[in-house]
Design a protein around this ligand. Structure first.
Ligand code: NDP
Length: 286
């Protein structure tokens, strides 16, 4: 019978560590790290995510700056705001909540954030840094997944890992991080044939698709570590993952629940990234 990984408890450990470091930085530099968050429009889910991120930042003792812009804001105005924040030496991290309204090109906005302040790790310079093993900002969800896997004492060296999903923000970066830890990594996607047999070979299974119940107990290698990244709403509106928790739990050794698994860790790793940005900005003398 698999054990459930308490992502909320683990996220608290990370946030407590960040809190301690924030206090130390304030002593050394005479100021706290500051996270600026930009929310464009009035999407309810985005507002909730932003609220949770700001709440976590406040918990760790960081300063925050919340900027709200209307749905009809132009790309130019948003770019000007980002340039202003890039230049502001009191701001260490900049987060532009995605998705953006259709009239704004997301890639243009991601490119505009200074790589040293890119807390999400989405800027092309940080993406390249991850693949070339340079000091860079690692995207929060993949970083959180690795932290979760390591927290249960799973040594990835030589393990078979399967990542289901190949997005730029989760699937690809987490596959690279698993490979960096000497796992043998395969990536599945919507064109993959016979997903079940690939899953059954995986000692570590990371599922980031966005399809409720895609993975069930018949697809799990006994003793596998199963990380469910998916965030879906079931027919009754309840938050659920991509993994059928009830049928997978008895076969896995460890499994993350949804909610309470990867989600809280994503936010905790965001806080860690603000500290990393603070260091990078200070090294650069910004
Ligand atoms: P994307 O929609 O960008 O990517 C989904 C991936 O799943 C694609 O690579 C797609 O393949 C693949 N896919 C689709 N259908 C299948 C299938 N039947 N079999 C195998 N692969 C399939 O999603 P994201 O990576 O952004 O997010 C994935 C999920 O994780 C979502 O539910 C999202 O809400 C959640 N999420 C949760 C976070 C958290 O903090 N907990 C953070 C980020 C995301 P193809 O490339 O061929 O289209």
């Amino acid at each position: 019978m698999g054990d459930v990984i308490d992502g909320k408890a683990l996220s608290l450990v990370v946030k407590e560590d960040v809190k301690r470091q924030v206090a130390e930085l304030e002593k050394c530099f005479g100021r706290k790290p500051c996270l600026a968050v930009i929310l464009v429009g009035d999407d309810a889910a985005s507002r909730t995510y932003v609220g949770n991120k700001l709440k976590a930042a406040t918990y760790t003792g960081m300063d925050t700056l919340f900027i709200e812009l209307p749905t009809n804001v132009t790309e130019r105005v948003l770019l000007d705001k980002i340039v202003e924040l890039n230049k502001n030496s009191a701001i260490d991290g900049i987060l532009v909540q995605l998705p953006l309204p259709k009239n704004i090109n997301e890639a243009t906005i991601i490119d505009a954030v200074s790589p040293e302040k890119d807390v999400d790790g989405f800027h092309p310079k940080n993406v390249a840094g991850l693949w070339l093993e340079k000091d860079c900002i690692i995207p929060c969800t993949p970083a959180g997944i690795i932290r979760i896997i390591e927290s249960v004492g799973c040594d990835l060296n030589g393990k078979n890992a399967l990542v289901v999903g190949r997005s730029n923000i989760v699937g690809k970066p987490v596959a690279k991080l698993l490979m960096d830890r000497n796992a043998t990594v395969a990536i599945a996607h919507s064109h993959t044939v016979n997903l079940g047999s690939l899953c059954r070979m995986a000692d570590v299974l990371v599922v980031a698709v966005g399809k409720e119940g895609l993975i069930d107990g018949t697809m799990i290698k006994p003793g596998a570590v199963v990380i469910d990244v998916g965030m879906n709403r079931n027919v009754s509106g309840k938050l659920c993952g991509d993994v059928d928790f009830e049928s997978v739990k008895p076969i896995a050794s460890w499994i993350t629940p949804v909610p309470g698994g990867v989600g809280p860790m994503t936010i905790a790793m965001l806080m860690n990234n603000v500290l990393h940005c603070f260091q990078l900005c200070n090294q650069k003398g910004n």
